[in-house]
Design a protein around this ligand. Sequence first.
Ligand code: FES
Length: 125
Amino acid sequence: MEEILSKYKTTAEGDVKVWFKAASIHDFTENGGACVKYKDKQIAVFNYKRKNAWYACQNVCPHKMEMVLSRGMLGDYQGIPKIACPMHKKTFSLETGENLNGDLEAIATYPVKVEDDFVFIGFSE
Ligand code: FES
């Protein structure tokens, strides 16, 4: 289990070495998520239209190690954008990755930028 999670490391914008061109903005539903593959990682990318923001995080939920977070429900917890896992509703901050309704390990989050209608995700390697 740890082996899967060890692939995913929160990346600050200042640590980005590769801006991975993920897909056109039109490939993402509004207020929904999609899964993107980068190397051996599955990354959940969210078009949070209500907040006019994009977010990316690991697709694997640390609760039962299911690759499902891209199919979760977007929400807001006291101003913090969050994703609720579709399996058992554990919720995570899309800014810090913190588990907001439990004590699970934080999920990894990644910077996102949009240029010329394409979505880029930032990785440190
Ligand atoms: S697998 Fe995500 S909450 Fe259980």
